[in-house]
Design a protein around this ligand. Structure first.
Ligand code: GLU
Length: 303
């Protein structure tokens, strides 16, 4: 189920920032690398605004993000796709997963999860964490009786919807993999086997976000016919989850290129909460778009 909106012979790339802070040098690198690679193959370059986190993403931050991108010289084809304008589409995908029996309401708050895991580990149990270091969701709600689930929901208890990953993986009886044209966290490239179980039961939607990043990005990449996903290496491991969702929902598999991350002088990943590498700050200090391209090593790109 892919919308054939662009000519078949044109690869489709996308840059997909979230307006939950100011863009930094890492975003500039990702955007301009996408643009460079798309141009090399006469590809279509799309911009997607990933704003399904209704608390952290704001229209003001979106406006600033667009200003930063325009200033930088990032050019995209077609209208930008704002995810919050398409919430019904993600809801529909979740309903399809629900119809497959792969989704359950998860009632534990972050604090309750933390306390539960602390209690287990204090007994000497090892508790699995996902590749981002977040503890897996406890096994309790997955096995609740339907009557109890319904009663708790009816009483107004808050919940998120999670994917039963073991059931999802069991339903897919072929080995899942993707083709990596960049490099993984351990330098892997080529055929990468997708190990989605390491993520546990991922969230599909929650109180403040009607669609999680994993779900919304997979749905949009499919609906927009994205053929080449070029993004930071910090999302390499998440690709395993994306492959599971793509398979369950009947979507094609894009080609992946996970690129180097721009690091600060201490070797840490840049963060939106720090200002010193934000494009706005660098611009205010007198940097030109050409200076930025030079700093990130993409000064050969034509704008
Ligand atoms: N919205 C994500 C971010 O800002 C990027 C997601 C992606 O490229 O798949 O980190």
């Amino acid at each position: 189920m892919t919308q054939e909106k662009y000519p078949k012979d044109r690869p489709v790339f996308r840059f997909a920032p979230s307006p939950n802070g100011r863009l930094h040098l890492g975003h500039a690198y990702s955007a301009l690398l996408n643009q460079k690679l798309a141009r090399e193959v006469n590809g279509v370059m799309l911009l997607r605004i990933e704003d399904t986190d209704l608390v952290r993403c704001t229209p003001v931050l979106e406006q600033r993000m667009l200003e930063d991108l325009n200033w930088l010289g990032f050019q995209w084809d077609d209208e930008a796709r704002r995810q919050s304008d398409h919430l019904d589409v993600y809801q529909n995908a979740i309903s399809r997963l629900q119809d497959m029996g792969l989704v359950y309401p998860a009632f534990m708050s972050r604090r309750e999860i933390r306390e539960f895991v602390e209690c287990e580990t204090s007994k000497g149990e090892n508790w699995p964490c996902d590749p981002d270091g977040v503890p897996h969701y406890p096994n309790i709600d997955r096995y609740l009786a339907r009557s109890e689930r319904d009663a708790r929901i009816a009483s107004g208890e808050k919940f998120s919807l999670r994917l039963d990953m073991a059931a999802a993986v069991a339903r897919i009886d072929i080995p899942l993999f993707w083709n990596e044209e960049g490099k993984g966290t351990q330098g892997q490239s080529g055929r990468i086997d997708a190990d989605a179980m390491q993520w546990g039961d991922i969230v599909l939607s929650g109180k403040d976000y009607p669609a999680s990043y994993h779900l919304a990005s997979v749905v949009d990449d499919a609906l927009c016919g994205v053929s080449h996903i070029v993004r930071g290496r910090d999302l390499f491991d998440a690709t395993a989850v994306h492959r599971v969702l793509q398979n369950l929902l009947g979507y094609h598999t894009p080609i992946y290129f996970h690129h180097d991350l721009i690091l600060d002088k201490d070797g840490n990943k840049l963060s939106k909460s720090r200002n010193d590498t934000s494009l706005a700050e660098l611009r205010a200090a007198g940097a030109s778009p050409q200076d930025i391209r030079q700093i990130i090593g993409l000064d050969d790109i034509q704008v």
